[in-house]
Design a protein around this ligand. Sequence first.
Ligand code: SF4
Length: 432
Amino acid sequence: MTTVKDHVAYSLVSLGCARTLVDSEKMVDALGHGGFRLVEEGSGESVTILNTCSFIASAVEETENNIQHLIKRKKEGVLKHLVVVGCYPSRFGKDSLEKQFPEVDLWLTTKEESTLQATLSKLVFATKYQPKPHPYIKLTPSHYSYLKISEGCDNWCSFCTIPKIRGQHRSKPIAKIVEEATRQMTFGAKELILIAEDTTAWGEDLFGKPSLPLLLKELGKLPVPWIRLMYVFPPRVDASFIQVMKDTKAICAYLDMPVQHVNTTLLKNMNRGHTGEYLKDLVKRLKQEVPNLALRTSLILGFPGETESDVDELIAFLTEAEFAHVGCFAYSWEKETRSARLPNRVDDKTIQARIKRVMEAQFGIQQKIHERLEGTTQTMLYEGNGTGRSFHQAPDVDGKLLVDNTVGLTAGEFYSVRIDGSQGYDLKVSLI
Ligand code: SF4
C-alpha cells in the first residue's frame, strides 16, 4: 500500500480583485487542513493553483498568459499538477477549456471551489489524507480583512459578464458574516472591508428586500475601529443606509460607489436603473449628510454611443462631485453581453484619448482636495515600509499616506499624523 506523504507543497496565483482574493484565502485554509502547504512560487512546489479573473478581454488575456506560463513550467518538469479555478472556467466552460489546454489537470468553476481540497487530494494523494489542524493563512496583512457578504449579482448591467460568471445573487447569513468578522479580528483585523459584486443588494434573497443597514448595525456592535464599504450600487443608497452610516461610529466616512457614467442615455443603455440627475442628487445628499465623506468611483469610457459632449458632461459632474478617487476603464466589448449588440461603437484610440482627458481632469480635482487637507490632523493606520492609510483611502486601489519618519512605528497600529502636502495621488504626512 502506498503511504501518504506528510504534506504536498503548492503555490497559488490569485488574479483579479479582492473578491477573488477572499475566495483564494478560503481555498488556502481548506487545503492547509487537507495536507497541502502553501509556498512561494518556484520554491519546489509540485502543484500550482491559478485563481482566475475573466470579466473583460484584458483579464482573459492575463489569465491565458498565466496558464501558458504554468504549462511551460509543467512541461519543464518543475510542476506535476496544474489547477485552474474561478471566473475563467465559469465563463468559458470546462469542456472547451479541457480541449484547449489539455495540460491542465483540474478545472473548477467558482461554484465548485469548495470541493478543491477533496478533488485535489484524490489527484495527488495515493490514499486518503487524514485532516490535521492547521494555522489560518491570511493573504492580506493581518490588520485588515475583506469580508465577502454575498455572491453573484442580479443587476445585469448591459456591459457586464459577472452575473453570467458568478450566478444569481446569494447573501451570506448575518450570523456567518459576524462569525467571520470576529474570526478575522482575532487574527488582528482593525479594518473590515465589506465587498460583494453589489454590497447594497445584501439581504434581498433573505428578507425580500435589500437590507444592508441591518447587517451594518450588527457589524457596528463589534469592537473593530474601521468598517469600510465597497461596491455600493447607486440606486440602492437610500435614507436608511445613509442614517446607519451616520449612526455607526466604526463605519468610515468613505464609500466606493461605481457610477460608470453620468449621461442619462448611456446609463439607460447600461441598464443601471437611474438617471444622471439621480446620481447628481445622491452625491449632493451624501456629502451633506456624511461630514468629510470620501467618495471613490469607477467609470467606463467609450461605451457604445458615447460622444465628446457626454465626456464633457462627465468631467463637469466629477468637478462638482469631487470624488476623492476615480478608476477609469475602457469599455470592453464582450460578446455575451447586451451592450455588444449596441450600435455606434467607439474606437480604441478615441477611448484612450477620453480616458486621458478624464484622468487629467480628475488629477486636478484631487489636487484641490489634497490642498484642503493640508495642515489637518488624520488618523493613520500604518501599513509598514513608510506608508499608511487614513479613513479616506482603501488598500490597493487608492493613494497612500507617505510617512517622513518611521522610527518606532509598528505596522497595523494607528497614529495621529498631520498632512504636509501631496505627491501625485499620495499625501505626505508627519507624526504628531
Ligand atoms: S452591479 Fe457590478 S457586478 Fe453586477 S452587473 Fe452591474 S457591473 Fe456587473
